[in-house]
Unconditional design. Structure first.
Length: 327
């Protein structure tokens, strides 16, 4: 049902557009109407009229759409133009900015023409955009707003089962708190073709579920599929370190360094885990030297904490390392 606010915005936009008024302002009003009630068909009908009558002008206004008043309108125009991939990626950007808004409640999103043709790769990119701004997606209200996306995953994967796209959609399902569905989609991707990415996604889900053994097993399978990928050695080393097996962690980091000897994160992890295993002051000093170059502050803190727990390390050196945790 059309809300009073949406009806007023639609009416004003139609008057402005049809009477030679400011088309940009008309689009602004329609965008506001969509933002207030994405499921209301009236703003889309008005946009369709503008698309029919002033297509070139409308395209110019929406070409650089970059706000929540214009991006959903741009997505609908892409739908009208039969650019389903462009439409879904634009809507994914809106969902990433405000995932608690039911943007995919738009009537066109459930249209058979859209769901029957949107590409799996584009859809996967779109659902990952919902995670771009770090909003929690696993609350009941947000998950309900994302319901059309969640249901469309099944439709798109059944029609176009691409393992890489399915793995990325599984990340989205995990972010929504649907860990069982995420693991099941990884299994379906494996049935098409085993892939390193699928195992990495599966490992991440088992990590969320607090199962380090299954996390490690997934990373081990990923290494079989991509044995020269240094980051996989680091991922598995971190899991083993978390289990207290620092000897294996040191060995795995060493294997990673064989493939990428200059990688600063690997070098820092190797120094940290050797310091933890042997109590070597030289390794802790190496970590202190490398720590400022680590791009991830939380990982830097984790490595320092683990290294500083090494046996018999000099207290002054430990204090120096700890000062770098968040520096």
């Amino acid at each position: 049902m059309t809300s009073n606010r949406a009806a007023a915005a639609v009416g004003l936009a139609r008057v402005m557009a049809h009477c030679g008024g400011d088309l940009r302002a008309a689009v602004h009003h329609l965008g506001a109407a969509i933002a207030s009630a994405p499921q209301d068909p009236e703003p889309y009908a008005a946009l369709a009229e503008l698309w029919q009558e002033r297509r070139a002008d409308l395209a110019g206004i929406l070409r650089d759409a970059d706000s929540l008043r214009t991006v959903p309108a741009y997505a609908y125009v892409r739908f009208l133009e039969d650019d389903m991939d462009g439409a879904v990626m634009a809507l994914g950007s809106a969902a990433g900015a405000r995932p608690a808004v039911a943007w995919a409640g738009a009537p066109w999103f459930g249209d058979a023409r859209f769901l029957g043709t949107v590409g799996a790769e584009a859809f996967a990119e779109a659902v990952l955009r919902t995670t771009d701004h770090g909003h929690a997606l696993d609350g009941d209200g947000t998950r309900e707003a994302l319901g059309p996306w969640i249901r469309a995953v099944e439709t798109v994967c059944a029609r176009e089962p691409r393992p890489g796209a399915m793995a990325r959609m599984a990340i989205f399902l995990r972010a929504c708190g649907l860990t069982d569905a995420s693991l099941a989609l990884c299994d379906r991707a494996d049935a098409v073709e085993p892939a390193m990415l699928t195992e990495v996604v599966r490992a991440g889900t088992w990590r969320v579920l607090g199962d380090p053994d299954r996390t490690a097993a997934a990373f081990e399978r990923a290494l079989v599929l991509d044995p020269v990928n240094w980051s996989l050695y680091l991922d598995l080393a971190d899991v083993r370190a978390g289990q207290g097996d620092f000897a294996t962690a040191v060995r795995l980091v060493g294997q990673g360094l064989e493939h990428e000897p200059a990688e600063v994160t690997l070098r820092a992890a190797g120094a940290a885990y050797r310091a933890r295993l042997t109590g070597s002051p030289d390794d802790l000093r190496a970590l202190v030297a490398l720590a400022p170059d680590l791009p991830d502050a939380s990982y830097r803190g984790l490595l320092i904490d683990r290294a500083c727990a090494g046996p018999g390390l000099p207290p002054g050196l430990v204090a120096e390392a700890r000062r770098l945790r968040t520096g």
